[in-house]
Write a protein that binds this ligand. Structure first.
Ligand SMILES: NC(=O)c1ccc[n+]([C@@H]2O[C@H](COP(=O)([O-])OP(=O)(O)OC[C@H]3O[C@@H](n4cnc5c(N)ncnc54)[C@H](OP(=O)(O)O)[C@@H]3O)[C@@H](O)[C@H]2O)c1
Length: 289
């Protein structure tokens, strides 16, 4: 009997990682290994080597990251170790053990000064430290393993962990009105959609190395996003537009971070989905849970 292909999901207790845990049920033709901080620190080069030596891994999807964008301005060493250095260790280990490496990056590698969707090859110029560390991770992945697939995504939400949709739903329940930033534009990504897209790439078994963008289809502000959440949950809470200057944060955010999705759609025949349809799926799961 032939061996099942093994997929390692690092950072498996995060939003995207938990989507893979959910997907593993309908993908029983693969064997999944789920690790997180407590079982496999991606910052520990020796531990990675040992883990890959002991387990024959065909594909590694790195969902582990330091994602606290504002805290990263202070916890610089930790953010750099997880998002930049560890990605290099993983990429190198994958190359050594002949494992396909899929790494997740971010729209925050761009400075937001564009006025049309960012293509993967556009000039990067992060405006905050988190973005710098994620860009460092991309460069390390390519340097250590030129077969790496890097997928940049944006505004990730799901029924798991902490994210904008869950925060808005909580605030809308507790408050009569809220202010939401209307001068930053992007497109949300429903994490289960991204996990499905990555499974599609793995299923195709056609690993075309390079940098790709993936998000849901859209061109909206955080305010538009909040308004749609309010409409879908039928709240009485009033959502008011505010500008970035009225909501200062330790880390700057790009004013525009819409990603051009054509490359991933073409190379892997992936159909990207409309942002508000995916939002509906998430909200109905949250309401019924
Ligand atoms: N969330 C977004 O809006 C967004 C936007 C653009 C791109 N992305 C990228 O998308 C990917 C997935 O994001 P996500 O929202 O799923 O992130 P997440 O929920 O924060 O999950 C990241 C996971 O990695 C774990 N982790 C942290 N340090 C680790 C280490 N040294 N070794 C092993 N695991 C470690 C975290 O554990 P702890 O929680 O215990 O630290 C967490 O479980 C990341 O690469 C992120 O940069 C996210």
């Amino acid at each position: 009997m032939s061996q099942l292909k093994t997929i390692l999901i690092t950072g498996a207790n995060g939003q995207l990682g938990r989507c893979f845990q959910a997907l593993s049920i309908s993908n029983s033709h693969y064997s999944f290994l789920f690790t997180d901080k407590n079982s496999l620190q991606i910052t520990d080069d020796d531990a990675l080597n040992l883990f890959f030596k002991e387990n024959k891994i065909d594909v590694c999807v790195n969902c582990a990251a330091y994602t606290a964008v504002d805290k990263a301005e202070i916890e610089r060493d930790l953010a750099m170790e997880v998002n930049t250095n560890a990605v290099g260790y993983l990429a190198k280990t994958c190359k050594k053990y002949n494992t396909q490496f899929i790494h997740i990056s971010t729209d925050y590698v761009f400075d937001g000064s564009a006025n049309m969707p960012y293509k993967p090859e556009d000039k990067t110029n992060p405006v905050n430290f988190y973005g710098q560390t994620k860009l460092g991770g991309e460069l390390n992945a390519i340097k250590e393993n030129c077969a790496s697939i890097i997928i940049r995504t944006a505004w990730v939400y799901s029924e798991y962990g902490n994210n904008f949709v869950k925060t808005m739903m909580r605030l809308m329940k507790d408050k009569e009105s809220i202010g939401v930033v209307s001068d930053q534009r992007g497109a949300p990504t429903y994490a289960p959609d991204l996990a499905e897209a990555i499974m599609h790439i793995i299923n195709k078994n056609n690993f075309v190395a390079g940098i790709y963008n993936y998000s849901n289809k859209g061109n909206i502000s955080w305010y538009d996003f909040a308004k749609e959440i309010a409409a879908q949950i039928s709240t009485n809470c009033i959502v008011n537009p505010i500008c970035t200057a009225q909501f200062p944060t330790p880390a700057a955010r790009p004013a525009y971070s819409i990603l051009d999705l054509q490359k991933i759609e073409k190379v892997f025949s992936i159909e990207t989905l409309e942002w508000n349809t995916s939002l509906q799926k998430c909200i109905s799961k949250l309401i019924n849970s």
